[in-house]
Design a protein around this ligand. Sequence first.
Ligand code: NDP
Length: 435
Amino acid sequence: KQRNGHEPEFLQAVQEVAETVIPYIIDNDIYFGKNILLRMVEPERLISFRVSWVDDDGEIQVNRGYRVQMNSAIGPYKGGLRFHPTVNASILKFLAFEQVFKNSLTTLPMGGGKGGSDFDPKGKSDNEIMRFCHAFMSELFRHIGPNTDVPAGDIGVGAREIGFMFGMYKKLNNEFTGVLTGKGQSWGGSLIRPEATGYGNVYFAQNMLKRKNDSFEGKTVVISGSGNVAQFAAEKAIELGAKILTLSDSAGYIYDEEGIDTEKLKHVMFIKNEKRGRISEYVEKYPNAKYVAGKRPWSVKCDIALPCATQNELNGEEAKMLIENGCMCVSEGANMPSTPEAIHEFNNAKILFAPGKASNAGGVATSGLEMSQNSLRISWSREEVDNRLKDIMEDIHDSCVQYGANEDGSIDYIRGANIAGFVKVADAMLAQGII
Ligand code: NDP
């Protein structure tokens, strides 16, 4: 706390893990007295660098770039790049720390990292995005590599940005290699990677519901966000028979009482991915829906909530509202969207609650599958990747059950995910000695 006191998001993420992992360490002699958690909270390396680029008016702009290389005990650093004005060391350290546990849960050999920049892609032209991505990679390239650190997308970084960054990496290194995941289909990308985080979140929730002999069929679902994760969580939930009531962005949410069906979702994808517009534009085409400005969607009555936008977007009061309105399952698509107060409410009400490091691990798992395909120089079919993703999400669910079962038969998915993620990394660190 002394060393990181000025980093609230990082402390929040560490505290949540410490609360469940420290009792486990105390009970297990192999981990006790080795200061293993103290070692895990210190990044192996934190790189910060200047990114200068020229905007369309010929003005020189300066942003700050980062890469947090948190832990490489079980594999090369792996984790997304975020471009958003709120990006700072605290947010990236929290994300990198979560990533270590998440990647361990996938059972694939990936360490944890995260990076990005305080660059705001909103309102920028394609040429400005390209110049920024090229400038960003002209420094990052020396710190990454297919066996060292393999970044991916996150908020503000999708297929377009990955393309520009990959191009610059390839030019500087003079080699075509799987150094980034989320690549386009024709140049090393994996089928299902764009869908994987959203689909994976729904698969995880499906596993939680199955334990209760329940399913998505006929359920009402409230989703926040309208980006990559939200769109594909909605797509899979619709396919499984659910009715999607909301989507949102940082300016407000849309509520469609009749349900956002496949056709309407296509229109959302057009607004967000092609037009790069705002979710409020939905009501122009579907006037029966309403747009609520400046609010989040948690007051809408639902059976299942999928927070898929950003950290700390669901607070204690909003959690109470969800519970009072009969919500029985919350599965996090975003990283740390629920505040500690919200989690407290969900635990007290004993509703199904999945922490992001377990439920949104499908994205990085499929990135791991993209790395495998790149190494083997082959391309698996959509069905093959989707089946692997389903199996991985089921395995992650089972690991949570293994380490998180309570005496009354309920599952503490937070404890389960934290301990299952910890054990593999801690064992590797102990085996490799004090380095
Ligand atoms: P996108 O950039 O595609 O979409 C982000 C969405 O969240 C947008 O609707 C955006 O609205 C909204 N949002 C962003 N910041 C805020 C904010 N401060 N307040 C309210 N809404 C906000 O990102 P992704 O869908 O890829 O990522 C969403 C979440 O999922 C993040 O927490 C990310 O870390 C996590 N995640 C993503 C993975 C992936 O594979 N992409 C993997 C695992 C986790 P607006 O357009 O107004 O900014």
